[in-house]
Ligand binder design. Structure first.
Ligand SMILES: [Zn+2]
Length: 287
């Protein structure tokens, strides 16, 4: 368990799956093995997985605690969900809830679940199966999402274009339970914690920025999937909805955060860290 502290705010993470369902070459269609290998010197060992011979990846949840508040950012794949796209995701029997408890968080204690976007690997633990029905995992939480993101996926689902089924089993049940707050792209979640629009990967994708007297951190969701994208911000992921917009968002993000001292916590990087300038380009340095 790695913890980051900003004054009276703590950040912990709970890893659900310690590797990706997709090799980097497949995840980043514009990359080539040669171009990735040119970055191995700085990617190894922190962002590399020797067991797969590929760049490392995680599916994980960030736990943000501040006085009186327990906030989760993104909720992974979930247990017991039918997910044909990957055997790693299908009908899981994972220990995520126990791992969350080991981090000191019981479901009843969570007051806010924040979703950067509504993809299958970010909404799964919104719900769990109880008596044959999908019910909110966090009975006292408000589930906060960008209204534009919800509208997009609602429409895709109604039109039969949502491939995974995650809206039906992991988002709709919390909507129907009256637990959802649809908010704008700059919504203030808690003191010092706010959404920031970062569209492209999905239409309503948002980052979450923590601003404290002790420093800044930004949860960047899926605006980057693999650490190599810090150095190659033009490479989109195969799941980016609007590639032109995603690239623009990513390039601006990397430029803005270079040498800024802001802790960057992407949804899927093996470790959080800092964007730095090096050799005329950008690198990521593990915290
Ligand atoms: Zn993702």
């Amino acid at each position: 368990m790695s913890r980051f502290t900003f004054g009276d705010v703590t950040i912990d993470r709970v890893v659900e799956i310690p590797r990706s369902a997709y090799p980097t070459a497949s995840m980043l269609p514009e990359s080539t093995p040669e171009a990735i290998a040119r970055h191995h010197a700085w990617l190894k060992p922190d962002f590399y997985d020797a067991s797969t011979g590929d760049l490392g990846s995680r599916i994980q949840t960030w736990v943000v605690r501040m006085p009186g508040r327990t906030i989760l950012i993104d909720t992974g794949v979930g247990n017991g969900k039918t997910r044909h796209e990957s055997p790693l995701w299908n009908d899981r029997r994972g220990t995520w809830l126990d791992d969350l408890a080991a981090a000191g968080v019981k479901p009843e204690q969570v007051d806010t679940v924040v979703l950067t976007h509504l993809h299958v690997d970010h909404v799964g633990w919104n719900t769990r199966l109880e008596g044959g029905r999908w019910v909110p995992t966090f009975p006292n939480a408000r589930y906060v999402m960008h209204g534009e993101e919800w509208e997009f996926w609602k429409w895709e689902t109604e039109s039969g274009r949502e491939p995974s089924g995650c809206i039906a089993d992991s988002v709709l049940p919390v909507v129907e339970a009256g637990r959802v707050a649809l908010v704008g792209p700059e919504h203030a979640i808690a003191p010092g914690l706010a959404f920031e629009p970062t569209p492209g990967h999905t239409p309503g994708h948002v980052a979450v920025r923590l601003t404290t007297p002790a420093g800044q951190a930004v949860f960047s969701g899926d605006l980057m999937h693999r650490t190599v994208q810090v150095a190659e911000p033009r490479w989109n992921s195969r799941f980016c909805h609007d590639g032109v917009r995603a690239r623009k968002t990513r390039e601006a993000f990397v430029e803005r955060h270079a040498d800024s001292g802001v802790l960057v916590l992407p949804a899927h990087f093996p470790r959080p860290g800092y964007v730095v300038r090096e050799n005329g380009g950008f690198r990521f340095r593990a915290v």
